[in-house]
Design a protein around this ligand. Sequence first.
Ligand SMILES: Cc1cc2nc3c(=O)[nH]c(=O)nc-3n(C[C@H](O)[C@H](O)[C@H](O)COP(=O)(O)OP(=O)(O)OC[C@H]3O[C@@H](n4cnc5c(N)ncnc54)[C@H](O)[C@@H]3O)c2cc1C
Length: 418
Amino acid sequence: MKKQDKVYDVIVVGGGPAGMMAAIQAAKLERSVLLIEKNNSLGKKLLITGSGRCNVTNTAHLNDFTKRFGKHGAFLRSAFSSFSNMDLMDFFKSKGLDLKIEDSGRVFPVTDDSKSILNVLKEFLKENNVKIMYNASLAGVKKTSGGFRLNLNLKNDEVSMNTKKVVLATGGASYRATGSAGDGFVIAEKLGHKITPLKPGSVPLKVKEAWVEDLQGISLENVGLTFKSGKKRISNKGDVIFTQFGVSGPKILDLSARVISFLEKEDEIPLLLDLKPDLGREELGVKLVEAFKIHGKTDLKNFMKFLMPNRMIPIFLKLSNVDSKKKLNQINKKERNSILNLLKAFPLKVTGCLPLEKAMVTCGGVSKKEINPQTMESKLVPGLYFAGEIIDGCAPSGGYNLQQAFSTGYLAGRSAAC
Ligand SMILES: Cc1cc2nc3c(=O)[nH]c(=O)nc-3n(C[C@H](O)[C@H](O)[C@H](O)COP(=O)(O)OP(=O)(O)OC[C@H]3O[C@@H](n4cnc5c(N)ncnc54)[C@H](O)[C@@H]3O)c2cc1C
């Protein structure tokens, strides 16, 4: 193994949003900084965020930010206060990149292109003389008297480098092809840190019903969703997309972490879809009676086209036990009620979720109990800092996770430079 004599002030491992921000901040305080990235380019995951448009943050108030991270929110308060959503927006605007606000406070670059976010970060890295080493994968970290020795695997070589401080910003363990393959968890564990169980956050759900495959690709707009677990319920409204194995869509992804926690206690969780959430049961019942009278000679299956996507009708009518060939004036009260019941509570049974690899974020990671929230420094290993998704905790979509990466990166970089 080759040894490099130079001792850096700070080595940041991981060229994602958290690592880039940490490196920029440490370098701004005039420290010699090396950023190590295992890929041949920076921000591979950042580029695919927000379907390539990058939902970079949210306009929500600090209290809402912490709420989104649930029990992990309090830990992040200092980071979000030190470098807020407004600070992040100013950071990008200072390089001439304008941002726009969309529904629910989601912030995107006006270019609708995540490359423009990455370009600003690269500009800051260059301006502050951050040295970048590509195709270098951190394999191990050893504590030394003056700091740390990092062992790196290069394409055809191995090298060890010395640094006074180290920031681990290697991300989570999902979408591994982007580089975040969970390496940081193994390294942190070897340094004595506890890694809380890694669970998928924002992930499509699987259902028991095999017929769901026939509905694959169908999107139901703004339907009601109710998950039930004992006395607990999660109710919400949003778009649902049927997939080969179950259901997806922004609202499903957002609620998935809570549903997964229900599944830790039960094998299957009922999910009821309200296909007409804007009408109460009684109101909808009255409307059906009227419509069945007016369109008495219409075939039931033709009438159903007004209520749901075509491909869903055969499955819906099979579940309702009503003969699809009947005309509306041949349908009795019991049959009409069966249709009404299904419209208000179309039942599915959630049995699981897609694997961590398919999740937008990893929930779980380096235990926050072992990290100083004011500095992001390890409480166990002085001089070691953490930033981004490697830290336990995750939020639903909306720009919160990227803000977490930038805010913790900011704090870790500045603290490591002190
Ligand atoms: C499809 C998708 C869409 C998303 N959309 C959004 C969105 O719109 N808004 C939002 O807020 N969040 C979004 N997220 C989540 C967001 O991308 C992450 O929360 C964020 O990227 C985490 O940043 P990070 O810097 O901690 O980790 P990462 O972005 O994962 O970066 C970690 C870096 O470390 C490098 N690395 C790993 N191991 C090593 C090693 N051993 N040696 C050297 N380098 C290493 C990796 O190659 C990688 O470049 C999305 C995620 C996905 C998968």
